[in-house]
Design a protein around this ligand. Structure first.
Ligand SMILES: [Zn+2]
Length: 252
């Protein structure tokens, strides 16, 4: 997406934080800048934490205006339109946003799958995750672990798939910073790296399996993930391992 110079705009209400299943929404344009517009509220996920930004389009007066990109700068989510699109939209106009739901739902399932992996690898091997990235067809996760045999990879995958079959609920809630810092599960995921000005911390909990500070969108239960399969594993160093997974299709 092109670089967007940004005027001041009011913070965007993040609808995807409270309802990750919202596929369409109405919003009022509060600012425009070049090819980009900001709304009072949005269900479009702007990317972050390894989860890719949403895809989709706006509807306005019968016109369908595709989005070229979505990005969050500070408290404001900017929606870049394809050439000519933003010029049509006056501040104050009400538009309908429509997500590419197939893409988003796949991201949600993949994101929850990575958290399941994270919880299982920590539970069974005491290993911490050091990074992760989601793609439309796969995801990778890096973690600090020394031994990494084909057997343990198979065990990890079996545990993820078992947890998926149990349909563990996923809860999303906020905690005051001080309270969050007292939870050992959160400390291991390095919440101390969050900027100090964040007063409340959004928690994503896979009940009985994983607890993380997280800004992404997740499914409601692990059964929606379906199952995972390993595409490849890589040795990135003595204690740096990489695992690439894909969702098992047909189970979503
Ligand atoms: Zn996450």
């Amino acid at each position: 997406m092109q670089e967007m110079p940004l005027p001041l705009a009011a913070p965007t209400t993040l609808l995807y934080h409270t309802d990750s299943y919202l596929r369409t929404f109405e919003a009022r344009i509060v600012a425009t800048d070049g090819a980009a517009v900001a709304f009072d509220q949005t269900a479009f996920y702007p990317g972050g934490g390894g989860q890719q930004a949403d895809r989709g389009h706006l509807m306005w007066q019968g016109r369908r205006l595709p989005l070229a990109g979505i990005a969050k700068r500070g408290d404001v989510v900017w929606h870049a339109l394809e050439p000519g699109g933003a010029a049509l939209l006056p501040v104050g106009a009400t538009v309908t946003g429509e997500l590419d739901w197939d893409f988003r739902y796949h991201m949600m399932r993949t994101h929850t799958a990575l958290h399941m992996l994270c919880g299982i690898i920590f539970r069974d091997f005491g290993a911490q995750v050091t990074g992760g990235q989601m793609y439309p067809d796969r995801a990778r996760m890096d973690f600090a672990m020394e031994g990494f045999t084909p057997d343990c990879v198979q065990d990890i995958v079996a545990c993820v798939n078992e947890a998926a079959a149990k349909d563990l609920p996923i809860k999303v809630y906020s905690l005051p910073r001080a309270q969050a810092f007292e939870i050992p599960d959160l400390i291991r995921t390095k919440i101390n790296l969050l900027p100090p000005d964040i007063a409340t911390i959004r928690i994503v909990e896979i009940v009985g399996l994983d607890l993380q500070a997280d800004g992404g969108t997740h499914v409601h239960g692990t059964r929606e993930v379906g199952g995972i399969t390993v595409i490849k594993t890589e040795n990135k160093g003595k204690s740096n391992k990489r695992m690439e997974i894909a969702l098992v299709d047909g189970n979503g």
